[in-house]
Design a protein around this ligand. Structure first.
Ligand code: FRU
Length: 502
């Protein structure tokens, strides 16, 4: 049964989605049909296709009572829009269907596990949020909330656990049943991740604690994800109220990857902890295991601290990152754009061994929907240059600059002149592990974003750009002498353009 609240959201999106022009949307990054989106939810394989849901408020480009929007894909690049899947229409989720996950059940149904939020006025006039975990089952389009909701409540929490910060379940299956990891705030006020177990995915009980924060990495840990990768156990969390640690973590809402070995109770013994994405716009990542065994991650390409700074007249706010293939190298999480992006390559332009010092423009190297890899090295193999820069999304007024300083081992991205009219953070610096001044910078641009993959995904940094699409000039510059190779592909959906390029 479709509730009135869900039907209203579906009618609204069907009516207004067509009004959003092509240039307002990225080409291959997921956006809502209309309105606001934040976290990816329910990223899962269902009946041979990949489904993605997201935190969604269709009515305005701002956060509001959370619904779940819905899209699906076969290749992580081209997405089909589906009607909104969940609306806040039950007493236990009347103030929001918060983040969660999904799994295909053995009987062929698609199970969604999400956080129901109910707010109640308190005697002192404040509002208290009660967060519980809830389920809905469906067929890939329509979902029904189960009668037994909520399936995890305050009574399932370990002593000291908070009912106000108890959210974002991520479900997975093992031989002995289903597990879910849920973010929580224990008695010490910072974050932890709780594990729950179920034999049938409907009846759940507390299992243990995967990891606790003890005030080390921010405060509340939102949107946990926990999976095996190359024999290691990997925990991803999105902490609120982070304090920076050197250039590793920045202030505010951050993302942290913990790699280690889980003990027999699935408690993670950490071996390496580092940021997931070093840009400005990245939060709440979620992964799925693809049918071919790849672990693929997608995230909200925004940040709570900057998300409200959108251009006037915007009808959609928020987009997802490009899905990324994960692996582990030297104890660190490596992220590469999904390989399917190569199926959308149009015109290809290659330059080899270009000598460079002053600002240089290369014929054919321009564009705003492109995949461009630049390999840089000292010109004579040993004399170190002082800096290398790529300027992109550039016209007379606008520019976004990527700079690498080999002596410092630091990449800096500056989007101050990308069209934002807000006094928010526009510059990020992060350490990279290049040797002898050799660095590979892969830039994926899609109208309103830059995702930078350094040295085959050792570090990744994501940025929203507001620059008009007509600003498509790219130039290169060095302090000192370098040589570089450039390989650039236009990204196109039009099959004819793709074939011409072959
Ligand atoms: C993370 C988050 C989640 C919550 C959702 C609400 O960005 O705060 O913890 O479920 O967003 O939209």
């Amino acid at each position: 049964m479709i509730s009135e609240t869900l039907q209203k959201a579906r009618d609204f999106e069907a009516q207004y989605t067509p009004y959003v022009s092509e240039s307002e949307r990225p080409m291959f990054h997921v956006t809502g049909g209309i309105g606001w989106i934040n976290d990816p939810n329910g990223f899962s394989t269902y009946k041979g296709e990949y489904h993605l849901f997201f935190q969604y408020y269709p009515y305005k480009p701002i956060w509001g009572p959370m619904h779940w929007g819905h899209v699906k894909t076969r290749d992580f690049i081209k997405w089909d829009r589906l009607p909104a899947a969940l609306a806040p229409d039950m007493p236990y989720d009347k103030d929001g269907c918060f983040s969660g996950s999904a799994i295909e059940l053995p009987d062929g149904r698609h199970l969604l596990m999400y956080t129901g939020v109910r707010e109640e006025p308190q005697p002192d006039g404040s509002l208290k949020s009660y967060q519980t975990q809830c389920l809905a089952v469906g067929d890939g389009v329509d979902y029904e909330k189960v009668q037994t909701n909520p399936v995890l409540t305050a009574k399932d929490l370990p002593k000291g656990g908070s009912t106000e910060d108890f959210r974002d379940p991520k479900i997975w299956k093992e031989d002995d049943g289903y597990y879910a990891i849920v973010g929580n705030r224990p008695a010490d006020g910072s974050g932890s991740t709780l594990l729950f177990h179920s034999e049938d995915a409907f009846n759940w009980k507390f299992y243990g604690i995967a990891a606790s924060n003890h005030h080390q990495y921010g405060m509340m840990w939102e949107c946990p994800d926990y999976f095996k990768l190359q024999g290691k156990d990997v925990l991803l969390v999105s902490p609120q109220e982070m304090s920076p640690i050197g250039l590793e973590f920045h202030a505010g809402n951050g993302t942290v990857c913990m790699i280690g070995e889980a003990d027999e109770k699935k408690h993670l013994i950490r071996e390496n902890v580092h940021a997931i994405d070093y840009g400005i716009d990245f939060y709440a990542p979620q992964t799925l295991l693809a049918q071919d065994g790849r672990r693929i991650m997608i995230a909200w390409m925004q940040n709570w601290d900057t998300a409200r700074s959108y251009p006037k007249g915007t009808r959609i706010c928020g987009q997802m990152t490009l899905p990324r293939e994960l692996s582990i190298r030297d104890g660190r999480l490596i992220q590469q754009p999904v390989r399917e992006i190569a199926n959308y390559y149009g015109e290809k332009i290659i330059y080899k061994n270009v000598p460079l010092s002053t600002e240089t423009f290369l014929t054919g190297i321009r564009g705003r929907v492109i995949d461009m890899t630049v390999d840089v090295r000292p010109a004579d193999g040993s004399t170190m240059y002082r800096a290398f820069r790529i300027h992109l999304a550039k016209d007379g007024e606008h520019v976004t600059t990527i700079r690498y300083k080999p002596e410092q081992g630091i990449v800096r991205v500056d989007r101050s002149r990308c069209g934002f009219r807000f006094d928010i953070v526009h510059v990020r610096e992060f350490p990279v592990y290049s040797k002898h001044g050799c660095i590979r910078l892969r830039c994926i641009l899609d109208r309103h974003s830059l995702e930078l993959f350094v040295n085959d995904g050792e570090q990744v940094a994501s940025f929203v750009l507001h620059t008009d699409e007509s600003a498509d000039v790219i130039s290169f510059e060095a302090d000192g002498e370098v040589r570089m190779d450039v390989e650039k592909y236009d990204l196109v959906f039009d099959e004819e353009l793709r074939n011409e390029a072959l």
